[in-house]
Structures are given as structure tokens and as C-alpha cells.
Write a protein that binds this ligand. Structure first.
Ligand code: T4K
Length: 371
């Protein structure tokens, strides 16, 4: 059997490039606490993402969790969000003492269905936390309209949408806050890491305080903060990876096009939509298997691929609203489309160095199951 293929594989710069980058860290002994590499990456990211304000974190989750805290939303207030996401999104809400209210998703792009949001708004709703899931962008104009109409904050979980743009504007510039993940599995990574983009200076100050123990200066600690600082070695990895990001995205595009060549227009297979006015980053390649039309179920495809050493993943199954830790708290009948999709979706391997011959092999296995 050929070597195993995982759902993704971290991109690495040349070892020497990273060694050159960390040499200064070695020489200076400055390892963390917003050092020179942190400052440089922060400024390069602002430019690349086209945003004016950006802070960086140990990981995407802490960026999201502390952003919700920095907004100062009243405890117990309601945040309208999607259950079709990674654990982080929902956990960030709950860990802040806020109540997630789950909105169903759009069956074509899997993002929060903006037509179903307004029915969920109550006098306790304070914010919306939509996800640009798989890099598919939410309906930004509708989100803006709803946020203005009801006075709700928008915090985008942009973990999957690094480098994307809508109508030529970097995606980090939309909403009140956008949170990126720089985890090893992402299009752009700093081993672990994350960034938050925002517009409001006071929010930025509060966010900074929360990521550094509430320290104002050596003698004044005027907030009860956490520790969520990105260290210098992670920042150095980010600096190296940012140099190659456009090339990375192009390689991913070639992989996605190969998948589409084989799987587009196959009855019973649903792929990501190609969204208008969007610069894509080709983050994930989910396929929804409609068993009655295709002839095989998602689980059968998962098993057939696994038998050949190919580790596709059921992102995002189960829905966060049905996690054991929330047992009895949420009713998944309220989000039937999300339930339907999560039982049928499989995310196929996608990374910059995935060989096109491997894509062909993966598609052969899948199409071999068509009945
Ligand atoms: N919001 C959303 C919507 C998210 O999807 C995420 C993270 C977050 C927020 C939070 O961001 P972070 O706090 O993580 O920055 C993975 C990632 O750990 C997670 O970052 C990501 N979403 C989620 C969708 O996927 P797992 O548990 O599936 O990862 P794991 O360890 O099974 O890795 C998947 C594959 O990646 C492996 O089979 C091989 C490859 N891999 C993995 C690691 C750890 C590598 O090539 N190198 C590596 O170092 O969660």
C-alpha cells in the first residue's frame, strides 16, 4: 500500500530558511512577549490582509474567545451562530458565559443562512458569530444589514479564510471583528497561532490587555487577563510561510481543479460553490454525498478511502450543538439542513504538495463506488 495520505499536511519552508530566521532569536535570547519577530509578522500581515488593525494570539481559539470577552457582551446574552463548525466556535461563546443560539445553514455553501437569522433575534441577542466555513464566505451584505437593524455585533470566525477577499477587500476588514487561525493545518500557519482584525481602538486595547494578564505597565495591572501571546519561534515560522503564501494558494488551486475535473457534475455529489466576487484560498475540499443519487453513503466512501490509507475527515460531524458536553441543552431539530449536511459531508485531502496522481487515485476510489 502507498504511504498514508491525511486530510491535510502542514506546509514547511526550507529548513535553512527557518534556521536563518530563528538565528536572531538565538542571538538575542528574546523568545516571546511581543518581540521583534512578533512585531514584524504583525506589520506584514496587516499589509497582506489589507487591514489596519490586527493583533496576534497563541492560537485562533484564544483570539476568538478573548474577542468575545473584549466586546463586553452581557453574561447570559445570546449569540446567534452556526452548529456546523469546529468545536472552537461554540466553546468560545460558552466559555464566555454567553448563550449560543443555533441558526441553520445554507444548503449550498454551508454558511449561516441569513434568511433564518431574524426569526432568532430576541431582546437578549447581542451578537452574531458566523463562520466562513471551508473558506466559503458568508453572505456579508445580509449580515451587515441584520447587524445594523438590530444593533448586533458581528464576530466572524475566519479561521478558514486567510487571504480571501470579497469585492477586492480583504475578508478581515468585514464585521466588527474577524478571527483567523494560523494552526499547522491551515492555508497559512505559524505552527500554532491566530490573529484578530478589528476597527475600534478601545476594543484593541482591551484585547491586548486580555492576552497579556491585564498588564498595563510594570506596576499597574488593571484587568484580569489571560496569557495568549504568540511566541517568537511561531512568529518566525509565520514570517517564512508568508513569503510563499501566493505560491501555496496556487498549488492548492491546481489540486482543487483536479478534484473538480473528476467530481464536478457527478450525480449525487455536491461540491463547494464557486462564489462570485470572492478571491478564494482553496482551504478545504468537502464533498456532500447524496446517497440516493450517488449510490454510496459518506461513511462507505470514508471506509473505502481508509482501506487504501487515505484519511479523509468528517468535518463537521457531529454538529457542535450535539456534543456530549452540551447533552440535553440544544435541539438539533432546529437546524435540519445542518443535520442533513453533517451526516453526508466528507472533507477530502487537500494541501499544496498533494500529488495530482494521488488526487486521481482518490477520485478513482470514490467513483468506483458509484452505483
Ligand atoms: N474556528 C474554526 C472554524 C476552526 O476550524 C478552528 C480550527 C478554530 C476556530 C480554532 O483555531 P485554532 O485554535 O486551532 O488555531 C484540526 C485543527 O487542529 C484545527 O486548528 C482546525 N480548526 C480543525 C478543523 O482541524 P483536528 O483535531 O482535526 O486535527 P488533527 O490533529 O487530526 O490534524 C488533521 C491532519 O492534519 C492530520 O491528520 C495530519 C495533518 N497535520 C496535523 C498536525 C497537528 C499536519 O500535517 N501537521 C500537524 O502538525 O483539528
Amino acid at each position: 500500500m502507498a504511504d498514508s495520505i491525511f486530510v491535510t499536511r502542514s506546509s514547511m519552508p526550507d529548513l535553512q530558511e527557518y534556521v536563518d530566521e530563528i538565528k536572531e532569536i538565538w542571538d538575542s535570547h528574546w523568545l516571546t512577549n511581543m518581540g521583534p519577530k512578533h512585531k514584524r509578522l504583525q506589520s506584514e500581515l496587516k499589509e497582506y490582509l489589507g487591514v489596519e488593525q490586527l493583533d496576534m494570539f497563541t492560537n485562533g481559539h484564544m483570539g476568538l474567545e478573548l474577542s468575545l470577552q473584549a466586546l463586553g457582551l452581557p453574561k447570559g446574552s445570546e449569540v446567534i451562530t452556526t452548529p456546523f463548525t469546529f468545536a472552537s466556535t461554540t466553546h468560545a461563546i460558552v466559555r464566555n458565559g454567553l448563550t449560543p443560539v443555533f441558526c441553520d445553514i445554507d444548503s449550498s455553501d454551508f454558511t449561516m443562512d441569513t434568511e433564518k437569522i431574524e426569526a432568532l433575534v430576541t431582546d437578549r441577542t447581542t451578537a452574531m458569530l458566523p463562520v466562513h466555513v471551508y473558506g466559503n464566505l458568508c453572505n456579508i451584505e445580509e449580515m451587515d444589514r441584520i447587524s445594523r437593524k438590530y444593533g448586533l455585533k458581528i464576530i466572524y470566525d475566519a479561521a478558514h479564510s486567510f487571504g480571501e477577499a470579497y469585492k477586492d477587500k480583504g475578508i478581515g476588514g468585514y464585521g466588527d471583528v474577524s478571527c483567523f487561525s494560523f494552526h499547522a493545518t491551515k492555508v497559512f500557519h505559524s505552527i500554532e497561532g491566530g490573529a484578530v482584525c478589528f476597527h475600534d481602538d478601545d476594543f484593541g486595547k482591551e484585547l491586548y490587555r486580555l492576552k497579556n494578564f491585564g498588564i498595563k505597565n510594570e506596576e499597574i495591572i488593571d484587568g484580569v487577563g489571560a496569557n495568549a501571546k504568540l511566541n517568537e519561534f511561531c512568529a518566525a515560522m509565520g514570517i517564512c510561510n508568508l513569503r510563499h503564501i501566493e505560491e501555496e494558494i496556487l498549488k492548492r488551486k491546481a489540486v482543487v481543479e483536479r478534484y473538480r475535473f473528476h467530481l464536478d457534475r457527478i450525480e449525487g455529489l455536491q461540491l463547494n460553490p464557486i462564489q462570485e466576487n470572492v478571491k478564494s484560498n482553496y482551504a478545504y475540499f468537502p464533498v456532500v454525498f447524496h446517497e440516493k443519487l450517488f449510490g454510496a453513503s459518506r461513511n462507505e466512501v470514508y471506509e473505502a478511502l481508509a482501506a487504501d490509507g487515505i484519511n479523509a475527515r468528517k468535518y463537521f460531524y457531529p454538529l457542535t450543538s450535539s456534543f456530549q458536553c452540551f447533552h440535553g441543552k440544544f435541539d438539533t431539530n432546529q437546524t435540519p439542513v445542518a443535520v442533513h449536511i453533517s451526516k453526508r459531508v466528507l472533507t477530502l485531502p487537500l494541501y499544496a504538495d498533494l500529488a495530482l496522481a494521488d488526487v486521481d487515485r482518490i477520485c478513482d476510489i470514490i467513483l468506483g463506488l458509484q452505483r
